[in-house]
Design a protein around this ligand. Structure first.
Ligand code: ADP
Ligand code: MG
Ligand code: MG
Length: 885
């Protein structure tokens, strides 16, 4: 059978379905689906994505047979509409629309009103009795065709339109008369002649052929390529082309066009959300040429249309079982749907909608859990402005994407990218954004625009990225060329600090200190509760302080997977005692210094054990290279020397002696406890005394003592002996028994390879994946910044191995460690405490590896829990994912 290129939809029948996004593109597939649902959609046909790929394979030529298929489909469309393409009396007009598998906002371009020319425009006047409308449509065609197909700069047309408005002393395009527009048509034709070196094609067939080619071509335009690079979309998907009969929102005041969401995409409330414009066409709403009206006004203006609109929204939600994003047009009081897709939403809305829909029984709880992407939660756990804080608000715009952001004002995407490379935090301030600004938006902390509504480019993209955005802030005047914006008589220049609040729309002068107030209550609590019921792997936290432990409990983690004792050493005056300990000449002196640290550590442990009552707390003995604690400045050295009663010079010599060439591979980890057993002794004593005291008070402390950087079982045995001896002594002194474990980190390749031997002396393993990644790659994380970005850019590495676990290498070592460890000791408890423990793909890997738990930073607990549930549910739960994402 010959290859089929095109698929028809119209009059309640469609050749395609929503599931065929790969073939028909997202937009096309949903047009077919809506048609089949008997929703009013203007008829048309879709040229498949394969055809686009074929076009490029053939050296940018239409594949054989495509054009004759298009002619057949046009004939079918003519019959459906009762009009003929190119008919000078009553012309059929069409739009030519692109649409890839996934929506790429603003990436591909659409041409409307195709089929108009000097003759058919007369027919349109005759039929509509509305010359203004006819010329408005014609000038739009010239404009879009000129831009998209002929590559003429938009400004060439827009400039003339502005001139005309100025000349006629009007502000809105709708105030231009038929004569004005006719005049513009002539001017636009002249622009085409001048800029493209040819006349605007009068033959509708030629218009169509050229427009289809241009949509194919747009798959490889700069914006599209840039978007695909950022969002990792394959280049070989291609775009579909939709050719669809026009409906007209620009026929007068009983016509209009708009965009809507079936629920609030910002807060998730169950109400239709959107904007519309009277007497307008196509992208007028999004482009912000006039200020659109909220959808609620539609209810008053056209109650009958609104009721039908509501009915369609309900139908769509029930069918797609998700919140939908819709484009519609009203032609002389009749409603048409032009697009639908699954709506993008903030994390907050994603959670509320998922939980609400589960309660409404549109979806079940498993689907609800899968509907929220773990990384999206990052947004909720993002900083906010404390409402009680006194701040200086200078302007208010639309609350377009929630969360607050602080940074220095920059005015172009390039500046934002440059600043990010310097690790500067910036807010990108633009009159409005366009796809060219994407890289800058990625680099910025937040986005502030002067123009555009809640559905503007800035708002939609920022919500997708989970970045704070204040859009349409008409209070401010942005001069992006000279790098400043003005509000009233205030000028904010490039580099000045500002704060924006995407939840309220406030723009604030200066850098406001932000807080993290997100609580596990309401819908968020329900969703994480459901995730808890599905997940298999435990979630603990890396918590060094009682404050961290409090957050750990609040987010419902099941213990502490890593408590790093050295962080406690840096606080206040403690460091002096630590330095005395390090610089001591002999074990006795060292004991003296350690004796000062003992009560402090004990206090910390006690507070943490008490908060974690009954839950395991893994405490790691001292780990970092000693040199990190060495005094550097003269006054620091003086202070320590005074305390120790030694000369400054002698101490300086000692400091010099302790310097290392490769501290990360030097005197650190259990090597410290081997060379200075008194340190391990003191730490064990602090742990056991804290535990015993609590035990006596009737509490349930559960310490797990972890020895770091072990590469041989003998190291662990030596340290374990000390811990157990001190444990026995302390428990005897207190006359109570506490349950405890002694285990080790697996963070060196050798440890993973001899895990069976190590397991003999260990009650538990915890993979320290930060060091394991460093030592597996032979790559220091602190120095990787110089070349890692290049590796990512060149594709040598797919992802940063310090962010997401490297399954092939580090994961293989983990597999060996787990297998050997469990073989030697089946009941061995195994977890991970690297920063990977809070990264969704790493959590999934840990689940597959059969770990008992992951441990992550306290604020990432909800992310880890959700990722753990996804690891169980993904692939097992069939969700009909019909909507375009
Ligand atoms: P995008 O992918 O950028 O949203 P679309 O193909 O959806 O581009 O079209 C751009 C605008 O033109 C949208 O507002 C859409 O609703 C409108 N439009 C497209 N086709 C038609 C049509 N046949 N009749 C009326 N309006 C249309
Ligand atoms: Mg567009
Ligand atoms: Mg669209």
């Amino acid at each position: 059978m010959a290859k089929k290129y095109t698929y028809f939809f119209g009059k309640g029948r469609a050749e395609g379905r929503a599931e065929q996004k790969n073939l028909l593109g997202g937009k096309g597939a949903n047009l077919h689906e809506m048609t089949a649902l008997k929703i009013p959609v203007p008829p048309g046909f879709t040229i498949s994505t394969d055809t686009c790929i074929e076009y490029f394979k053939q050296g940018r030529r239409f594949p054989r047979g495509l054009w004759s298929e298009v002619e057949t489909q046009v004939a079918k469309l003519e019959r459906a509409m009762g009009k003929r393409f190119g008919d000078p009396k009553d012309p059929l007009l069409v739009s030519v629309r692109s649409g890839a598998r996934i929506s790429m906002p603003g990436m591909m371009d659409t041409v409307l009103n195709l089929g108009l020319n000097d003759k058919t425009v007369q027919g349109l006047i005759q039929r509509s009795q509305n010359p203004r409308f006819a010329y408005d449509s014609y000038r739009r065609l010239l404009q879009m065709f000129g831009d998209v197909v002929l590559g003429i700069k938009k400004i060439a047309f827009e400039g003339l339109l502005s001139d005309m408005k100025r000349q006629k002393k009007v502000t809105a395009d709708t105030d231009l008369t038929a004569d004005d527009l006719m005049n513009l048509v002539e001017q636009f034709k002249e622009v085409v002649r001048r800029e493209a070196g040819r006349d605007f094609p009068q033959d509708p067939q030629e218009q169509l052929r050229m427009a289809i080619g241009a949509v194919f071509e747009s798959w490889h335009n700069k914006r599209a390529i840039e978007y695909r690079r950022i969002y990792k979309v394959p280049d070989d998907w291609g775009t579909a082309v939709n050719i669809q009969a026009m409906v007209f929102g620009n026929l007068g005041d009983d016509s209009g066009t708009g965009v809507a969401f079936t629920r609030d995409p910002s807060m998730g409330e169950r109400r239709i959300y959107g904007e519309f414009l009277q007497n307008a066409q196509g992208e007028d709403v999004v482009a912000g040429i006039r200020t659109p009206r909220p959808i609620a006004d539609l209810k008053e203006a056209w109650p009958r249309v609104y009721r039908e609109f509501e009915r369609i929204c309900r139908t769509l939600e029930r069918h797609y079982r998700d919140m939908m994003d819709i484009e519609f047009t009203i032609e002389n009081g009749t409603l048409y749907m032009l697009q639908c897709r699954v709506g993008k939403r903030t994390a907050h809305a994603a959670i509320k909608i998922a939980v609400d829909m589960a309660k409404e029984r549109l979806i079940d709880r498993k689907v609800a859990v899968l509907r929220v992407e773990p990384w999206q939660l990052e947004q909720l756990l993002h900083p906010r402005i404390d409402p009680t804080l006194k701040v200086r608000k200078i302007a208010k715009g639309l609350a377009a994407s929630p969360g607050a952001a602080v940074g220095k004002a920059v005015f172009t995407a390039e500046e934002a990218v440059e600043a990010a490379e310097q690790h500067e935090k910036v807010i990108l301030v633009r009159p409005e954004t366009s796809p060219e600004d994407i890289a800058g938006m990625v680099a910025a902390q937040g986005i502030l625009t002067a123009r555009g509504g809640l559905t503007s480019h800035a708002a939609v993209v920022a919500r997708g990225m989970g970045k704070a955005c204040v859009a349409g802030c008409t209070d401010i005047v942005v001069n992006d060329e000279d790098g400043y914006f003005q509000v009233a008589n205030l000028t904010i220049r490039r580099g000045d600090s500002i704060t924006i609040d995407g939840t309220t729309g406030d723009v604030i002068i200066g850098a406001v200190e932000l807080t993290q107030p997100e609580e596990l209550t309401g819908e968020f609590g329900s969703l994480i509760g459901w995730a808890d019921s599905f997940r298999k792997i435990g979630v603990r936290t890396n918590a060094d302080t009682p404050t961290d432990a409090r957050v750990t409990r609040k987010f419902g983690a099941e213990g502490i997977g890593l408590c790093r004792t050295e962080h406690m050493f840096f606080e206040g005056d403690r460091i002096v005692a630590v330095r005395e300990m390090i610089l001591a000449e002999n074990a006795d002196e060292r004991r003296k210094a350690l004796a000062k640290l003992l009560p402090i550590q004990k206090q910390d442990f006690k507070a943490i054990f008490e908060l974690m009552n009954g839950l395991p707390v893994i405490i790691r003995t001292l780990d970092p290279p000693l040199h990190e604690f060495l005094p550097r400045k003269d006054e620091e050295i003086r202070k320590v020397a005074e305390n120790m009663g030694v000369s400054e010079d002698a101490l300086k010599d000692k400091v010099r002696y302790l310097q290392e060439f490769n501290p990360m591979l030097g005197h650190r980890g259990c090597r410290l406890g081997i060379s200075h057993p008194e340190i391990t002794e003191m730490q064990a004593r602090a742990i056991f005394e804290a535990a015993c005291e609590l035990k006596r008070e009737g509490k349930r402390p559960f310490p797990e003592i972890m020895i770091p950087l072990v590469s041989d079982v003998k190291e662990l045995r030596a340290q374990r002996e000390i811990v157990e001896r001190v444990g026995r002594e302390v428990m005897k002194e207190y006359g109570v028994k506490v349950r405890y474990l002694v285990g080790t980190m697996i963070e060196l390749p050798r440890a993973a390879l001899v895990a069976d031997q190590i397991a003999e002396a260990a009650d538990f393993f915890s993979f320290g994946t930060n060091d394991l990644t460093q030592t597996t790659f032979g790559l220091s994380r602190d120095d990787a910044g110089r070349f890692l970005p290049l590796y990512l850019e060149k594709g040598i590495l797919k992802t940063d191995p310090f962010a997401a676990l490297d399954e092939e290498g580090v994961g293989a070592l983990m597999r060996i460690g787990i297998e050997k460890g469990r073989r030697a000791k089946p009941q061995l408890e195994i977890g991970i405490c690297g920063e990977h423990g809070g990264e969704p793909s790493s959590v999934e890997l840990c689940h597959r590896l059969g770990l008992d738990y992951v441990s992550c930073s306290p604020y990432r607990v909800p992310i880890a829990k959700l990722a753990a549930a996804h690891a169980v549910l993904k692939g097992k739960v069939k969700i009909k994912e019909m909507g375009e994402k």
